[in-house]
Ligand binder design. Structure first.
Ligand code: AMP
Length: 463
């Protein structure tokens, strides 16, 4: 069966700070480290000693939106922050996070990463109960659930009840006047880690945010767990006994920064290992190995190491252009790819090249890069993809589009090779992903079509 794309795709970055003076400064640097998880918008909410909440948010990069002037009012030693990545459907200032809610029992703020699969059903249900939504964000949904039946102060049991009504991939940070609730879905799709800094704590979607803040990693929030941080330290609760570790494979393959560790596995080390596996599965004779910067460089190093073929820099990426996917239309994306990457003619000329990329989604990037390399004089271009063929959309927050837009839905391997015009083409096997992560559970739904959750109304037939 074919599925419609879900309405919201939000693969974002969340960050929380508890008990650190001028928390805004740490949030600023931490969000900067998480910028790759979302370049469309950014926001911070802090709570001061009088329990007043302050917020700044705007569309754009961390350095574009935030400055010392608009951050000055962000007083307090508890804060949450967010970087937003969303597709055209969920784009726009209404979906900027964190959301700040005013309530007679006390203000609270929420930031999240991921995507709920039953949000349509829950929104309809809540609207029938009288809720009115200002955005399409899952954070707003959670706020309504938290406040729906219980008008008293936010407590952990209220959050447990709310989390048990939602289904999908998420990490939520809920900040009240004196507490930070750090929640992770029971399937374990999205990462969330905790670190210690002095007497305080930092919580982040990725551990790379800890390095810049000087915080020391202590542990991950477990699937189905709510870690409450308050003046007594960390307290752990579980909202569900069902627990899995279906970490999103794309977190390892593409999304996360190479210096992050996801559930104990370093992202660079994982990608390098996939490169080695790729050589084992699809060897080729060539003069040089090159990777598509930045996310494929580690896999290219692995392929070169395993094959003994020299690793070279054959493509250069302009530091100052955003990711091609961030452009909502195909035309803009193609322009983005052209502006972003150039071949290095003196390296690739008259050479047979192994080109490693992390994935093929719509096929725009590979086709364009093969052409770039040929125009720069490459004799042969052998494309090796460090992930399996992507044939299914993601309903859990990664921007992997509809069946229609996925190029591997339209071509078999040979057809796709002809489409991108390479001399050969091979993908990594699904099994190799498990080997490279050294895990028995992963979400590989975009490759296999095996979705770990129910899909509710995302399950409509594709027109
Ligand atoms: P495409 O041109 O659609 O085939 O894009 C493939 C490229 O986009 C790959 O080189 C990846 O590095 C990158 N990519 C893969 N998945 C995603 C994603 N979910 N969001 C943004 N970029 C992606």
């Amino acid at each position: 069966m074919q599925y419609l794309e879900s309405q919201i795709h939000e693969e974002c970055g969340v960050l929380g700070v508890y008990g650190i003076e001028n928390a805004r400064d740490l949030i600023y640097y931490g969000l900067h480290a998480l910028q790759h998880r979302g370049q469309e918008g950014v926001g911070i909410v802090t709570v001061d000693k009088d329990h007043k909440m302050h917020r700044v948010k705007g569309m754009g990069l961390v350095t574009e939106v935030l400055n010392s002037e608009n951050m000055r009012p962000l007083e307090g030693d508890i804060a949450i922050g967010h970087v937003l990545y969303s597709t055209a459907k969920a784009a726009g200032p209404d979906n900027l996070q964190p959301f700040l809610f005013h309530h007679h029992t006390g203000d609270f703020a929420i930031a999240h990463n991921g995507n709920l699969v039953n949000s349509n059903e829950l929104t309809r249900y809540l609207e029938e109960q009288g809720s009115i939504f200002q955005s399409t964000s899952d954070s707003e949904l959670l706020a309504h659930l938290i406040k729906m039946e219980n008008a008293s102060k936010i407590r952990v049991n209220v959050i447990i009840e709310a989390l048990n009504k939602i289904e999908g991939a998420f990490t939520f940070l809920v900040m009240t006047k004196d507490k930070l609730y750090c929640c992770r879905d029971k399937y374990g799709f999205r990462p969330l880690s905790i670190a210690r800094l002095g007497d305080g704590y930092v919580v982040a979607s990725e551990t790379c945010a800890f390095e810049v803040t000087g915080a020391k990693y202590i542990r991950d929030v477990e699937p189905g767990e709510i870690v409450v941080i308050d003046k007594n330290g960390l307290n752990s609760y579980h909202y569900s006994m069902f627990k899995h570790h279906y970490m999103c494979a794309m977190e390892y393959i593409y999304f996360s920064r190479p210096d992050s560790d996801i559930e104990g596995c370093n992202v660079h080390a994982f990608r390098k290992e996939t490169g080695k596996q790729l050589y084992k599965e699809a060897p080729v004779n060539a003069d040089i190995v090159i990777g598509v910067p930045d996310s494929s460089l580690s896999a290219a190093i692995g392929y070169a190491e395993a094959s003994g073929i020299p690793y070279e820099i054959g493509l250069i990426k302009s530091r100052y252009v955003g990711r091609s996917f961030i452009q909502p239309s195909l035309e803009l994306r193609e322009k983005g790819v052209r502006m972003k990457l150039s071949a290095v003619p003196s390296i690739v000329r008259d050479r047979s090249v192994v080109l490693i990329d992390d994935s093929i989604v719509r096929g725009t990037t590979s086709k364009r890069i093969v052409r770039l390399l040929r125009e720069a004089g490459a004799k042969e271009v052998h494309v090796r993809i460090a992930s399996p063929e992507m044939k299914n959309p993601c309903f859990y927050g990664v921007d992997i589009p509809t069946y229609k837009e996925l190029i591997s839905q339209h071509y078999d391997l040979e057809g796709l090779r002809q489409f991108i015009d390479s001399d050969s083409l091979a993908f990594l096997s699904k099994e190799a992903l498990y080997t490279a992560t050294n895990r028995t559970e992963l979400c590989t739904a975009c490759f296999s079509g095996d979705y770990p959750t129910q899909l509710y109304s995302s399950l409509d037939d594709e027109a």
